[in-house]
Structure formats: C-alpha cells, structure tokens
Design a binder for this molecule. Structure first.
Ligand code: PLP
Length: 331
C-alpha cells in the first residue's frame, strides 16, 4: 500500500482495516475472573486498583480459528501459551493459584459458554490484585487471573502486504525490562514505536536494540528472506520468545524446505532482502511490502510468503490433518 499519496481519511480507514481484529464487535456473554465465570458487565475492578496493578501484569494472546466447513473451533497452541504465561509469572515472582491444566479447562469452558461461531482471541491476564502496591517488591505471592475472550477477524489470505519503517526508538533489553516476559508494561515501548510509525505513515515500526540490530515489530516478529533462506533475530537480540515464530520455523524447514537462520540482522540487510514478513498471534503471517520505502519485488505478497501464509492458514484452521497436536478442539 502506498501511504505517501493517501489522504488522512484513507490512512485512517486503512488503519481501521489493519486493527479490525482488535476492534470489539460485540461483548461476549462471559469472562473468567479469579475462579469464576462472570457476566461480562459484572466483571468489575475498583477504580482505586487502576495504575500500579499494571506494573506486574503479564498476559497471553491466544487465537481460536473457526472451521466453517466442519463447524469446529480450534484453539491454536493453547498449552504453549499457558506454559509461557507461567514463565512470565515466574519472572514477576507471582504464583499461579491454578495449574496450566486447570486454566486450559477454564478457557475451554468459557469459550463454550460464549458459543462463538467464528474466529476468536483469548487473553488470560495475571496481576497482583488487592492490597499490593505495585511499586513495592512482592515476593512469591499468588496473582489474580482474568481471562477474557472476543470475536477477532483474521487477515490470513487477504493478499494484504504491510509497510514498515525502522523506528528511532530502541528496544527494551533483558536487564532493563526483559522482553522475554509478556508484560503489559513492556508495551510502553511498543506504544512509542507504533505512535511514531503511524505518524510517519507506516503500518508498523521495526525496533532496533541498543547495538543497532533488528529485534521485532511492536507486537510481532520479523523474518526476511535472502536467496531462499529465511532469517530472523534470536531471542537474545531482544525479542519475545514467540510461539508463532517457532511454528513458522518448523513449517519453513520441514514443509517448505526453506532453511532458517536465527542470527543478528543489520538495518541495511532489511533493505536488500528478497521478501520479508511479520508474524505473531495477533499479526498472524503478513507480508511486508516495503521497509523505509525500499520495496520488495512488486510490493505485493512475495512467492515464499504467499506459500507460507496459505500453509499457516490451513494448519491453524484445521484444513489439513497435519499438526493436529497444535490445535485444541473446543467443539
Ligand atoms: C505476543 C508478542 C509477540 C508475538 O508472540 P507470539 O507468541 O507469536 O504470539 C511478539 N512481540 C511481542 C512484544 C509480544 O507481546
């Protein structure tokens, strides 16, 4: 998409399309709050708890895909997401009152109760609740968990390619605010980046670390393709340990025969790539049409990304019998 000549209105409409998956359509009937399924409207937290409680808040973003043909709803990589939630809580020194098996069961019951017949997004969130000022060190205390879920549309197969620009903001680092932890507070970094990139007319900003190496997009990972080899930065560069990246690496190597390198990427290496794409639970797999105005191919979805996106779609939606272990059937 060429942003340079777009009017402000067009840019806003485009931004809306991009963020459509995040836009609440209609509230579901229930969410899950500290052990109980609660009516959406009754799930309230006192105003005095706002603010500091967010410091230690960690979360997961999980997608569920509807297979209309078989009338089945599949949650993608539920166990891996719950495992990572526990890891994030551990770094926060937060104990979970529920095991991953229990949370998994509660998620399935919640989604069933909401009777979704379409793609969904599920967000378990853990934080220190009542009586724990967030600015004080809290040692090994139980956290509270809220799970909400909503309808969320998918961009897979849309043929859309996004524009990116390298951000002037740097990525947080392991000894500052560990990017490995999926923490709400880390999103302050993402927010500065997203604000800058949209002001400059890009869909997404690419964040470099303090050493000037590529890390990720504000909430998704980045891959480039050079001479039929896919390259993505390692977690040690300052990325979240992405579940989608792991899936993509396996699909590329095992199914598409594309070797993958996990290594540092320089800024200018982005510019000379043949293709590039972003991936993540929210972002799914989306081609990048240009970075800092350097266009890849004709600016449309490239041949390798096109194949990968199709394969990813078939796997998450259960259009193929392969990789059934990554899907949890709700109904
Ligand atoms: C969640 C997230 C991602 C994507 O991780 P997935 O496991 O693929 O969903 C990437 N970056 C950040 C900052 C994230 O919070």
């Amino acid at each position: 998409m060429n942003k340079e000549n777009a009017t402000e209105e067009e840019q806003m409409a485009d931004g809306k399309a991009r963020d459509a998956w995040a836009a609440p359509q209609e509230n579901p009937k229930y969410l899950w709050m500290s052990g109980e399924q609660v009516d959406w409207d009754k799930a309230t937290v006192h105003a005095s708890r706002l603010g500091w409680s967010a410091i230690s808040m960690v979360f997961e973003g999980i997608r569920g895909y509807w297979n209309a043909e078989h009338e089945k709803l599949y949650i993608f990589h539920l166990d891996a997401h719950l495992k990572r939630l526990m890891q994030s809580m551990r770094v926060m020194r937060m104990r979970s009152p529920w095991t991953t098996q229990e949370l998994s069961q509660h998620i399935l019951e919640l989604v069933k109760a909401n009777e979704f017949r379409g793609d969904i997004y599920i967000q378990p969130t853990a934080y220190f609740g009542e009586g724990t000022p967030g600015y004080l060190a809290v040692q090994e205390r139980p956290g509270e968990i809220i799970i909400h879920n909503r309808a969320a549309s998918s961009t897979l197969g849309s043929g859309n390619a996004v524009t990116c620009g390298v951000s002037s903001w740097n990525r947080i680092s392991d000894n500052v605010m560990p990017p490995r932890v999926k923490a709400i507070a880390n999103y302050q970094n993402s927010r500065y980046v997203a604000d800058e990139s949209s002001r400059h007319g890009y869909d997404f900003g690419i964040i470099l670390n303090q050493q000037g190496k590529v890390t990720e997009i504000s909430y998704a990972c980045i891959f480039i393709v050079r001479d039929s080899v896919a390259i993505t930065p390692p977690a040690s560069a300052g990325t979240l340990e992405s579940i989608t990246s792991e899936v993509v690496i396996e699909l590329l190597e095992k199914e598409l025969g594309v070797p993958v390198q996990q290594r540092d990427i320089d800024r200018t290496e982005l510019y000379i790539a043949d293709e590039a794409f972003i991936c993540g639970t929210g972002a799914e797999v989306q081609a990048i049409s240009s970075i800092d105005g350097y266009q890849f191919g004709d600016g449309n979805v490239g041949p390798l990304v096109s194949k990968l996106e199709q394969l990813f779609h078939d796997v998450v939606r259960g259009k193929t019998s392969g990789h059934a272990e990554w899907r949890t059937e709700v109904y």
